[in-house]
Design a protein. Structure first.
Ligand code: B12
Length: 452
């Protein structure tokens, strides 16, 4: 349909809003949907990159710098690996940009923009500027408007960067700020971009009360525990919720415990799906493969479970040790990271040695789970014929995933080749990883962890 299923990067829209309009014009380019104009005469080029986009981000940075344009980088990967990013940019923002952008712009004008910019404290999230939605080429995206109502997450899952970027304590934007943004964003269908929108049930409730009657349709990512509360679900449905995405991750409690996802109880998943659907809300289940307890049966069993439990859509990702996460340190200490080519860190490639399966079994099993869950009989069985759930959204998600565009089915050489270890080490932006796993030195072809 010529549209990207994912949205434009929320980080860039947020940063654009911090740049005074009276002084600068901002041009937004999303290379997922359009080419970059390298001839642009710009005072500054800002690049945002999650890990899988970092290498391309560095190439873009190098091109602009060779043309004499100053470059600044930010986002999750440069925040964890600022010294690496600085080799391709003049400056890097580590973590949140809100409190440091005035200094960045001041230094830009003084011609002294250089090095790492990091705020001394986290933003209170009160009075944040409304992201520059006017810059988005809306016709090119399925989900166009991503609104953040909180930052941080209570759960310390070992594979996730959220708590290391934004903290274990959830910070909330005032309800009136969020409502103002929803009113101003120009869309009636929005995605709430929080790591866990139900992380603080009372606050989520207050927001949903305000949303009621505004004619807004919304979806959000939430945790499985709070999502089982009927009163909250009813309020969600009444306030326009049409889909909840939940990181179920695995159908094995042992696996979930091993990655600190204590909130999830597989024995409740099926009832939970039904309960949410009874409120007319679609359930998008997020699962991962490649955990240490996963054996060759996990793929078939998970897909079968998902069909029987009647999930509306599922995404299966390959476990990926993102630099700076606890999982990364665990895998490094076990010498199991094989590839450091960041463009392979997209949750479709396999960049490490799985424990109880081979990389080939992981790749084939990953694809098999997709093929089974999105097979024709499964689609026919799961289609919400007699339900108030959105058939249109159900069809869009099932169409895209069946087609394989967002599932990595087209990836060639999904088992990533081994590469040299990088020279630069990650440093989590706000939450320190325990010191005993943090002191790393490069030794031959591997990192060595110094335990003090
Ligand atoms: C919401 C979300 C999504 C949403 C939408 C993202 C979007 N529209 O931008 C959806 C569901 C689509 C999504 C998809 C994916 N996501 Co996601 N997502 C998030 C989440 C929870 C919040 C991101 C967000 O919008 N934050 C709000 C903005 C305002 O914050 P921000 O991006 O951090 O930007 C601030 C600063 O970083 C900085 N900044 C950012 N860019 C720049 C640029 C410049 C120049 C400057 C100066 C500053 C700056 O300023 C901003 C304001 O303070 C994060 C967790 C996290 N803490 O980042 C994961 C996260 C970014 N996602 C992640 C992943 C892996 C994915 C997927 C690959 C998952 C998958 N298997 O499909 C896909 C990839 C999507 C793609 N585009 O390719 C990982 C990335 C890990 C990594 N190291 O790369 C994260 C960190 C979660 C995790 N597992 O740890 N995601």
């Amino acid at each position: 349909m010529g549209r990207a299923l994912y949205s434009p990067l929320a980080g860039l829209l947020a940063v654009a809003a911090m740049i005074p309009r009276v002084r600068y014009e901002v041009v937004l380019t999303d290379e997922n949907i359009e080419p970059i104009d390298f001839d642009l005469k710009a005072d500054l080029v800002g690049i945002s990159a999650m890990t899988s986009y970092a290498i391309r981000g560095y190439e873009i940075g190098d091109i602009f710098r060779n043309r004499g344009v100053p470059v600044i980088m930010g986002g999750v990967h440069p925040s964890f690996m600022p010294s690496e990013a600085l080799a391709h940019s003049d400056a890097v923002v580590v973590g949140e940009a809100e409190l440091v952008m005035p200094e960045v712009l001041k230094d830009l004008e003084a011609g002294t923009l250089r090095g790492i910019y990091k705020a001394e404290k986290l933003h209170s999230m009160i009075g944040m500027p409304v992201p520059r939605y006017d810059l988005v080429k809306k016709k090119r995206y399925v989900n166009r408007t991503f609104i953040q109502t909180s930052r941080g997450c209570h759960h310390g899952c070992t594979y996730c960067a959220e708590q290391l970027m934004n903290g274990l304590k959830i910070r909330h934007r005032p309800v009136e700020d969020v409502i103002r943004e929803i009113d101003q964003c120009g869309e009636r269908n929005v995605s709430l971009n929080d790591a866990d929108f139900f992380g603080h049930p009372g606050r989520a409730k207050a927001l949903r009360k305000e949303l009621r009657g505004r004619g807004v349709k919304w979806q959000a990512g939430v945790n499985s525990r709070v999502a089982s509360n009927d009163a909250l679900l009813q309020l969600a449905a009444e306030s326009g919720c049409y889909m909840l995405s939940i990181g179920f991750e695995s159908i094995s409690r042992e696996t979930l415990k091993s990655v600190h996802k204590h909130v999830n109880r597989p024995e409740t998943f099926q009832t939970l799906v039904k309960k949410i659907q009874n409120h007319g809300i679609l359930v998008f289940g997020l699962f991962m493969f490649g955990f240490d307890q996963d054996d060759p049966s996990v793929f078939e069993e998970t897909a079968k479970f998902n069909i029987e439990a009647n999930y509306d859509a599922c995404a299966y990702s390959v476990l990926t040790p993102y630099p700076g996460t606890l999982l990364w340190y665990e895998m490094l200490s076990q010498k199991r990271v094989v590839c450091y080519g960041w463009n392979k860190y997209d949750q479709g490639h396999i960049v490490y040695k799985p424990a109880r399966i081979t990389p080939r079994q992981l790749r084939d099993g990953h694809m098999m789970a997709y093929n089974k869950f999105y097979s024709f009989p499964s689609i026919v069985r799961r289609f919400p014929v007699n339900s108030s759930r959105s058939k249109a959204y159900w069809s869009v998600y099932n169409y895209f995933f069946r087609k394989g565009e967002v599932t990595g089915r087209a990836i060639e050489n999904a088992i990533a080749d081994s590469t040299e270890v990088p020279q630069h080490l990650p440093t989590p932006p706000i939450m320190p990883i325990k010191k005993d796993t943090r002191e790393l030195i490069l030794s031959g072809n591997h990192y060595q962890i110094i335990i003090k």
